[in-house]
Ligand binder design. Structure first.
Ligand SMILES: [Zn+2]
Length: 279
């Protein structure tokens, strides 16, 4: 399968000359299975350029949403396939504390958006799963999920297909000051031997304690998880919108030093828009 990053920011988009190398779009990752199935993780602004590519296809689009925070759904009203007549778009919402499964559509109503979702010509289906469902088939893939530590909660996803394993865990606070949904060791088991672990790394040590409880992890904690689960690659993800290209390179180098000290065969990098992996 092919994995491509289309949006790597958390919180808000980050336009400007200092953000060009890693990109300024919010959360969106595209996974194309070898059987041609398109799976999209989150619908931040990165889904807009991805949608421009997908309009040339006619096949179903599968969207897995971690949660409904704005940076994970705000690209959807501008996602070109929703304006294609009869295009099938199937959405699995995240396990959020408030069961607002259609929040991604409700943002296209009232006084905040000019096109009402009920007037879209595509077939958009939102399919929440029973709370006890932990894994299910999606075409040739097996999808699993795990609750995340985040205000309002949400789901982490695991995609297993084509003899490869992708773990997508954002927004997640590995060591929150509030009651945890999921323990560190459960994340280790979930992402064990992943070919690529994409994990929240929005903060650096000096952001604490101010931002403790805001639902994101310190980059070194993401490295610790990747080492513990013996992932092959770690993509630092959900970059703080104030983190410039040079800040991210510094963060990446620091995390590589940590991996070097551990003498582990882990490849770590800060996720950038356009990065693509054939797994
Ligand atoms: Zn969030």
């Amino acid at each position: 399968m092919q994995l491509t990053f289309f949006g790597v920011r958390g919180s808000t988009p980050a336009p400007g000359a200092e953000f060009i190398e890693f990109g300024g779009n919010t959360a969106c990752v595209h996974v194309e299975l070898n059987d041609g199935t398109d799976i999209i993780l989150d619908a931040g602004t990165g889904i807009i350029p991805l949608g421009r590519e997908l309009i040339s296809k006619k096949t179903d689009i599968h969207v897995l949403l971690t949660h409904n925070h704005w940076d994970h759904i705000q690209g959807f009203p501008f996602f070109p396939p929703i304006y294609q007549p009869n295009r099938n778009i199937l959405i699995t919402p995240g396990q959020t504390a408030l069961p607002e499964h259609d929040a991604i559509l409700q943002q296209m109503s009232g006084s905040v958006f000019p096109v009402h979702y009920k007037n879209l010509p595509s077939n958009i289906e939102i399919k929440p799963l029973a709370d006890d469902v932990q894994s299910w088939p999606l075409k040739s893939a097996k999808i699993s999920r795990l609750k995340m530590n985040h205000p309002g909660n949400g789901s982490a996803f695991l995609i297993e297909a084509d003899n490869a394993k992708i773990a997508y865990i954002t927004d997640n606070e590995l060591y929150p000051p509030y009651k945890k949904e999921t323990d560190f060791l459960d994340f280790v088991e979930f992402a064990k031997n992943a070919d690529i672990l994409i994990h929240d790394a929005q903060y650096v040590v000096k952001d604490m304690p101010t931002k403790a409880g805001w639902g994101h992890s310190i980059a070194e904690e993401a490295v610790k998880l990747a080492l513990a689960c013996r992932a092959k690659r770690l993509a630092l993800y959900s970059h703080d919108p104030c983190r410039t290209d040079s800040d991210l390179k510094q963060l990446e180098n620091h995390c590589r030093e940590v991996v070097g000290i551990a003498q582990a065969p882990l490849e770590v990098f800060a996720a950038a828009e356009g990065m693509s992996f054939n797994l």
